[in-house]
Ligand binder design. Structure first.
Ligand code: DUC
Ligand code: ZN
Ligand code: ZN
Length: 527
């Protein structure tokens, strides 16, 4: 038994009389450590589990030379120089950034038509970590007839092997009264504070009325509604027209989901969110028109957030026209577009329309378990939508964004980690400051490598980024102070990742987009 400490925490904010190990401080470790780091340097030896020293720390707002002290999985101190540390990690010549938060991934998830993703939480989390991510927020999908409680219990079990921390966005496809008023509020209270809806796909599309119901419930509980926005009828009509002409090779997938279909559905989703007074997050925006609509809504005060994905910036519909069935690897929805759209999307990334760049990792193998489930020559509507990319997201964006001068390092951090933490309520993640989880990625900004399938460490048999030469490698990735990956070797252990509960949406500083009829209605009802 250790003797009680001879020193006590003197922080005004600390009301804690309990002590863990005397060298580690009291239960309010963040507060006390901050006090020590600020005023105790040199006057009292502070011992850390780990000190990362000599690197350039990069946050969403600044970069500076500094050391990071970590104790009990938390960042305890950030200072110019820190002595001690049971383990010292030399970050000389390296960038020390918040570990990535992958906010859009499909892991151990059946598609609506029953195809299981190739990655479960073990391979999916390992792949994420090799790609510089300390945590992720995949989807937990409700299929029609399922209760949300069952969905969560299912994903609770599926996620157990994860090597990095995780949370989930729900997918809601069946918004019954019970789901809306009983099950969803229970999920929100558990810290699952975001959900996604679809405007397309026969088995997922919830219609405008369903969307208004969900937006209203989410708004009332401080939850965030995400939307996959494509006009279902327009896509169905194009499928009919293409089918009637016998145009069913993979490349016709791109024509079947016109840019107009996304632009219309994004406009509609934003308008529905406006009517209900709810915040909205538009996922995988692939069009200039869709991005411009998001930008306009934000300019008008709307609490509208959006992401795009590397594939829409890196690949085009020409990739769908590769020989034979190769194009099937590039089928995703919304589909890949053209070079002009890529340029427009880059401008929106650079000017802040997009809050994050996510992978939309949807791993369906190029075999009978995935893309080719309906045979070698399957028509495009029978080929699973989605492509892998959880390990490639950050290296690709670093190389194409930061190294090529399109983004500042700080923007990179915001787009890959800090914004997702803020928007999705991950209060302890996405920042390098005392009190935060020690979710950290140490990058070698100069290392050059070619993308290979083996480097993805996933369960896939292809990567759409194969052969691209990228500069910048995440060499060490930590989750809550534990090294998960170091210099190409996995150190993380199965089951080491933890579920993290997320807070309801805080104030965004945006006024919202009031609708006069709704205001008059509320005034009439004395609300
Ligand atoms: N939407 C996604 O978000 N991912 C994969 C397929 C899809 O339609
Ligand atoms: Zn989608
Ligand atoms: Zn997705």
């Amino acid at each position: 038994m250790r003797t009680p400490p001879s020193i006590r925490c003197r922080s005004n904010r600390c009301r804690c009389d309990r002590w863990r190990h005397w060298r580690r401080g009291c239960w309010c470790a963040g507060t006390r450590c901050r006090t020590i780091a600020n005023c105790g340097q040199g006057s009292r030896a502070v011992e850390f589990d780990t000190v990362i020293h000599g690197g350039t720390i990069v946050t969403a707002s600044e970069r500076y030379a500094g050391d990071i002290g970590i104790t009990d999985g938390r960042i305890c101190a950030v200072a110019e120089r820190l002595a001690g540390g049971t383990r010292r990690i030399d970050a000389g010549g390296r960038l020390v950034m918040p570990g990535g938060i992958e906010a859009h991934a499909h892991i151990a998830q059946e598609s609506a038509s029953g195809i299981m993703t190739a990655d479960g939480y073990l391979s999916g989390s390992i792949s994420a970590a090799f790609g510089g991510n300390s945590s992720f927020i995949p989807f937990a999908a409700q299929h029609r007839g399922q209760s949300i409680d069952d969905v969560i219990a299912t994903y609770d079990a599926r996620a157990r092997p994860s090597v990095i921390d995780y949370s989930w966005h729900l997918i809601v496809s069946d918004p019954t009264e019970e789901v809306l008023h009983d099950q969803l509020p229970r999920a929100f209270a558990r810290g699952i504070t975001s959900l996604k809806v679809f405007t397309t796909y026969d088995l997922l599309n919830i219609g405008d009325a369903g969307m208004l119901d969900i937006l209203s419930v989410a708004r009332d509980h401080g939850a965030l509604t995400m939307v996959h926005a494509e006009n279902h009828a327009m896509v169905a009509w194009m499928n009919g027209e293409l089918g009637a002409r016998g145009l069913t090779a993979p490349k016709y997938h791109a024509l079947s989901r016109p840019e107009l279909a996304e632009e219309e559905a994004i406009n509609r989703a934003i308008t529905l969110a406006q009517l209900s007074g709810a915040p909205l997050f538009v996922v995988h925006v692939s069009t200039a028109g869709g991005a411009a609509r998001v930008q306009r809504a934000r300019g008008e005060g709307g609490q509208v957030f959006a992401e795009t994905c590397p594939q829409y910036l890196a690949l085009t519909r020409d990739d769908l026209d590769r020989p034979g069935m190769e194009g099937a690897k590039f089928i995703c929805s919304p589909p890949l577009r053209d070079a002009a759209t890529q340029d427009a999307l880059w401008r929106h990334v650079q000017t802040g329309t997009f809050d994050s760049v996510s992978s939309d990792h949807a791993p369906y193998r190029f075999d009978g378990t995935g893309k080719l489930m309906h045979g070698q020559g399957a028509p495009y509507p029978k080929i699973a939508n989605g492509m892998p990319g959880i390990a490639a997201r950050l290296p690709w964006l670093f190389s194409e964004g930061v190294v090529k001068g399109r983004l500042r390092l700080e923007d990179f951090v915001a787009l890959t980690s800090t914004n997702a933490a803020r928007i999705f309520g991950a209060a302890k993640k996405g920042r390098i400051t005392p009190g935060m989880d020690a979710d950290i990625a140490i990058w070698n900004p100069e290392a050059v490598r070619k993308v290979t399938l083996a480097d993805q460490h996933d369960n896939m048999d292809f990567t759409p980024f194969e052969g691209m030469e990228l500069t910048g490698v995440p060499e060490i990735v930590m989750t809550r102070g534990e090294v998960i990956v170091a210099h190409g070797t996995l150190h993380g252990k199965e089951g080491q990742g933890r579920f993290f509960a997320r807070a309801p949406m805080g104030r965004t500083g945006r006024p919202g987009m009031p609708v006069k009829e709704v205001e008059l209605m509320r005034a009439g009802a004395g609300q």
